[in-house]
Design a protein around this ligand. Structure first.
Ligand code: UDX
Length: 436
C-alpha cells in the first residue's frame, strides 16, 4: 500500500520514501517493485527516473525533507486477533524524534489500518513525547486507503472517495489541499471526519465486504442441497437490486489476503474489548474459515475418497493478478489434502515460489496448467486466473486420469462441460441422483 501510494503521488508531487528494510529500498531505487502488482513497475520506473520519487535510509532526512509524512506500515494480527501496532508506534517514534530537529509545521498522516482511538491516543501521545505539540508544531490526520491488490494503482488514481480524519481543521485543510492538487478535476468526493470515524470507516468497509461474500457463500451451501439451484443465478438476481449491488457476491472458496482476514478479526477483537459483540462479523469469519474444508469435501464426494489420489490445484494466490498467498484458501486446501494422503500437484502463474517456500518438496510444482492436469484424478480450480477460463472440457479429458473438476470460483460454463466431465461446483445443486 505504501509503495503504490508513494509511486502514484510521485506522478504529481515530490516523494521521499523510507523503509527499515534496506533491501526493499535498493529494489525501489532500481524502479522495481519487490512484489507483483499490475502497472506498479511502470509508474515506479518513471517516477524514479524523473527523480520525483527519492528513497532514503534515514527517517530523519525523510521528515526534515518533506512537509507531510504518511505512515504506511503493516498492522498484523496478533494471536488474540487484535492489531499489533508495534510498527505504527515505531514509525511515530521516528517521526517524533525527527520533529525535534524541525522548526516548520509538519503534517503526520496515519494511512495504516488501525483500531479506533489509535491515532488520537497512541500516535498523538508518541508524537508529543518531545517538545512538539499537536496544533502548534504539527498536524495529525488519519487517511485510510481502499486499495485492492491487483488493482491498487487503479484504486489509488481513481478512488471512490477520500476519507480525511483530522485532529484539527488546519490538518484536514492541508491534506485536502494536497489531494486537490493531486487529483485536479478528477477529485473524488472528500469526507472530512474526526479521527475515530475515519479509522472505523476503514474497518467497517472491509468487514461489510467480507460479510457480503460470506453471505453469498452461506447461500451457496443451501443451493448445493437443492437440485437445480445455482448460487451464481441467485446472486445475479439479487445483485440487480440497487440497494444490494452486484459486487462482492461471488461465492467461492472464501476470502484471503492480508486485509479482510486481519481487519475482520481486529474489528471483532476491538469491539469485544469495548463490550460489543459483532456477531454478524464473527459469523462471516466462521463461514469463511469453513470454505476450504467444504471445497475438499466436494472433491472427496466426487472421487469417493482422496487417499493416495493425485489432485491438481489450479491457482494458489488469494485472488488473481497477485502473487500474494497470505491467508490464501489454497494453503488450507493443500494442508487438508496432504493430511488425507493425497498426492498434490500445483500450478499458479505467479505465486509458485511463495508456496514452495511453505510446502517444499511435499508438492509437485508444474510449469503450466496442462502439466498440472497430467494424470490427475481430481482438479480443483482455486483461483480464477484468466488463463484457466480458457481451458476446455477436452483439455481436462485429454490429460486427466479421471476427469473430475471442482470449480471453486464458478468460472466454467456448466452447459459446455455437461456430459463431458464430472463437474462439481461451489453453490451448484446436484441433480437428484448425485445428491447423497
Ligand atoms: C480488500 C478490499 O477490497 C480493499 O478495499 C482493502 O483496501 C484491502 O482489502 P483485497 O484484499 O486486495 O482488498 O482483495 P479483494 O478484491 O477485496 O478480495 C478479497 C478476497 O475476497 C479475495 O480472496 C477474493 O477472492 C474474495 N472475494 C472477493 C470473493 O470470494 N468473492 C467476491 O465476490 C469478491
Amino acid at each position: 500500500m505504501g509503495l503504490t501510494s508513494a509511486s502514484c503521488l510521485a506522478t504529481k508531487c515530490d516523494v521521499l520514501g523510507f523503509d527499515t528494510n534496506a533491501k526493499k529500498i535498493e529494489e525501489v531505487k532500481l524502479g522495481k517493485a519487490p512484489f507483483f502488482e499490475p502497472r506498479l513497475d511502470d509508474i515506479l520506473d518513471k517516477v524514479i527516473k524523473k527523480g520525483a520519487f527519492q528513497t532514503t535510509s534515514s527517517y530523519v532526512d525523510a521528515v526534515l525533507g518533506s512537509n507531510v509524512t504518511f505512515i504506511c506500515v503493516d498492522t498484523p494480527t496478533d494471536a488474540s486477533g487484535s492489531s499489533n501496532l508495534g510498527y505504527v508506534e515505531s514509525a511515530a517514534s521516528m517521526i517524533a524524534e525527527s520533529l525535534e530537529m524541525k522548526s516548520s509545521w509538519h503534517l503526520v498522516v496515519v494511512k495504516s489500518t488501525v483500531p479506533p482511538g489509535t491515532t488520537s491516543q497512541i500516535v498523538k501521545s508518541i508524537l508529543e513525547r518531545g517538545s512538539k505539540r499537536l496544533g502548534v508544531d504539527f498536524g495529525l490526520c488519519m487517511n485510510p486507503e481502499f486499495l485492492r491488490e491487483g488493482s491498487a494503482v487503479e484504486d489509488m488514481l481513481n478512488p471512490d472517495r477520500i476519507i480525511i480524519g483530522e485532529a484539527d481543521k488546519k490538518s484536514g485543510d492541508n491534506l485536502e489541499q494536497l489531494f486537490r492538487e493531486f487529483y485536479g478535476e478528477k477529485l473524488p468526493p472528500i469526507l472530512r471526519e474526526n479521527l475515530e470515524n475515519a479509522e472505523l470507516i476503514k474497518y467497517t468497509n472491509n468487514a461489510f465486504l467480507a460479510t457480503k461474500v460470506s453471505f453469498a457463500n452461506m447461500i451457496a451451501n443451501l443451493c448445493e442441497q437443492i437440485p437445480g439451484a445455482d448460487v451464481t443465478h441467485v446472486m445475479k438476481g439479487i445483485g440487480y437490486d440497487k440497494r444490494i449491488g452486484s459486487q462482492f457476491l461471488s461465492a467461492g472458496v472464501g476470502w484471503g489476503g492480508s486485509c479482510l482476514p486481519k481487519d475482520t478479526r481486529a474489528l471483532v477483537s476491538t469491539s469485544k474489548k469495548l463490550g460489543c459483540d459483532l456477531m454478524l462479523v464473527r459469523d462471516a469469519i466462521t463461514i469463511n474459515d469453513e470454505r476450504p474444508r467444504h471445497m475438499v469435501k466436494l472433491a472427496e464426494e466426487a472421487v469417493g475418497g482422496l487417499n493416495g489420489k493425485c489432485v491438481s490445484l489450479l491457482g494458489l494466490s488469494f485472488k488473481p493478478k497477485t502473487d500474494d498467498i497470505r491467508n490464501a484458501p489454497s494453503l488450507s486446501i493443500i494442508k487438508s489434502l496432504l493430511e488425507l494422503n493425497a498426492r498434490v500437484s500445483v500450478y499458479d502463474p505467479v505465486a509458485m515460489e511463495n508456496v514452495q517456500r511453505i510446502f517444499g518438496d511435499k508438492l509437485t510444482y508444474c510449469k503450466t496448467a496442462f502439466e498440472c492436469l497430467e494424470r490427475s484424478e481430481c482438479c480443483m480450480l482455486v483461483t480464477e486466473w484468466d488463463e484457466f477460463k480458457l481451458l476446455t472440457p477436452d483439455d481436462f479429458l485429454k490429460r486427466m486420469n479421471t476427469p473430475v473438476l471442482i470449480d471453486g470460483r464458478r468460472i466454467y460454463d456448466l452447459k459446455s462441460f455437461e456430459h463431458k466431465i464430472e463437474l462439481r461446483a461451489i453453490g451448484l445443486g446436484q441433480s437428484r441422483d448425485a445428491v447423497k
